[in-house]
Design a protein around this ligand. Sequence first.
Ligand code: ZN
Ligand code: ZN
Ligand code: ZN
Length: 765
Amino acid sequence: MQVRKRIQVSGIVQGVGFRPYVYRLAMDRNLGGNIGNTPAGVTIEIQGRPDLVEDFISRLPEEAPALAQITQVNVREMPCEPERRFEILSSSTGEPASALVSPDVAVCEDCLRELFDPRDRRHLYPFINCTNCGPRFTIVRDIPYDRPRTSMSAFAMCGKCRAEYEDPRNRRFHAQPNACWQCGPQLELWDAQGRPVEALDPLDPINMIEAAVKRLQSGEILAVKGLGGFHLAVDAGNEAAVKRLRLRKRRMEKPFAIMVRDLESAGRFCEIDAEARRLLSGRQRPIVLLQKRKDAAIAETVAPNQRDLGLFLPYTPLHHLLFPAGEFAALVMTSGNLSEEPIAIDNREAVDRLGGIADFFLVHDRDILLRCDDSVVRSSGGRVRQIRRSRGYVPAPVRWREELPRILAVGGELKNTICLTRHNLAFLSQHIGDLENMESIEFFGEAVAYLSRILEIEPEIVAHDLHPDYFSTKWALSRKGVRLVGVQHHHAHIASCMAENGVEGRVIGLALDGTGYGTDGQVWGGEALLAGYESFERAAHFAYAMLPGGAAAIREPWRMALSYLAQTFGGDCLALDIPFVQKLERGKAETILRMMAQRVNSPLTSSCGRLFDAVAALIGIRQEATYEAQAAIELEMAARSSSETAGYPLAICRQDEHWVIDASPLFGAIVEDLRRKVCAEIISRRFHNGLVETLVRLACLLREESSLNQICLSGGTFNNSLVFENLTRDLISHGFAVFTHSQVPSGDGGLSLGQALVAAHSAHN
Ligand SMILES: [Zn+2]
Ligand SMILES: [Zn+2]
Ligand SMILES: [Zn+2]
């Protein structure tokens, strides 16, 4: 007796070795039938003895390849057919899609072994890959994922590669980017004008890598094409070279990440524990923020004034070839762009945009179809925290418990990402960046178009921020034929945290960040909400302070310090006998005070980020910021070198409908300590401690009033791990159910997910 069943499998099942896996599973059980990629995932028909068919179905999800992510399995009965052996069908198109493209994957151990094996036919081939590794998301033009719909379509496989590609028992069976020296992509070394370096034989790429390495060793800047875009590389031990890169890239102080050869050398730069090891060597290969060792042998300018260092390991075969040839301890590897612009991906584009930065280019002819920066993570409180979620993680979806409408959420302004939903899945885009220049705005358009195409989502709802001047808001408002849903910034933060944790009902939401447009038109940023997906109320916030000069006050933290001093001490604040006041430029300070007194260009803010700025400036840590959150990062670093346990007082007062956190007592106490010449480290620690105590007190107050015990923490301030870890610990010890981010960023990179979920719930009204 025989049975035949049709099994539909959805999820990430294409380009991850799923079909050969199923083939083997069927052959081992002597079953007939077939498997094919469809836009809906894969469809399997399986025929044979009933017990063997049952065994096949039960093992199917259990033993699936590591990269596969099955979201759904549907089985139905079929009439039996004349018996045939199991076969793999060629791709079909035309059905509605639910197949998911895999993120890009770091080169696997098997490929690495071959890469360095002199007997292997791919010995030292910089584009070696297999079904378990290599480019995916960044080379896909369309779905289903098959070679003609990738940027590998330009390369015809040689006989040997094709034989591997067609052999179901081979590790390269249907590995779409499969290639070798004979048939695949090749390297070229170009000068700064994009002309091939003549003395080199184009058929001798090893010679080329050696030439590139020599130049790196002599301190030159190399633009090297990677998986999701170009990197700018220099020897991290060469102070002059790193300085030159900073100057040319116009990135003065924001830290650079470094790539090191392996885990062993990582340990020479940073403190590495088991979790760090796991993150560094995982297949996503993100940049991991780790505490820098005091004796780390890198140029001071790589990460000035930083306690942590962004570290990552090689993830393309080309990276692996650069290190042994170069004997570098570490390479600075930073996105190939001018400060704040998107990363360059095309060879000619790279020469145009990076020609003034790089001394030479190591390029290849496999096109990158979509920009995708390196991801940045850290481990905190035992879980991975996304700082920038991009290569290696995108487009893996966040799962929701029920079917969602088709939504496009366009995110905020800074660290923009977008989110598209389909069925019960929410897909966040890669990091798009700050939508403040033409290049980023174009990238935003590319990302929307590309993701909508490969996910086959035509949105019925477009969700956006409330800020009328954000590019993303204006873009959303210009859409026709869709329902628009505006979502308040901090509501989106909290909904994002709820969504990735599957939280239902209502929560106390602490949304702490720099800037978000409030429903009263003011700049919010230190908010306690009582919120569900469908609505929120503002239960508490930091007392409004003036932002003298608007955006200028964000770039110049000393303005915020002066603003808080004026608020606390009135017009006499310039008479305070503390170093901050003594060092102020009198004329400038008086202008600022006048501006605030007359309410000229001094919007109100409840921003938590600005409070950090003010304290950092007041105690002499940072007067002007050259990148976002710089003052807060340096303040946290100072606090960490103190073991002080006391905290400054902040008042919680009732004002109209809600609670207000008044920072005046805090500034009174800091000024007192400054007079007593207490050091910046202790003051900073007392500030952090006081803030955490106050937030816990506030949470308890709100719990009493609302009877809510679930609390969600979101917003960029929680990238401060001192606040994050201590607050989480104390809230848990007070009996709260605390939810935090892990899958998506706590900062504005996670906003689009929250916007989508709020919009999904507004759809029912
Ligand atoms: Zn591999
Ligand atoms: Zn070949
Ligand atoms: Zn925010």
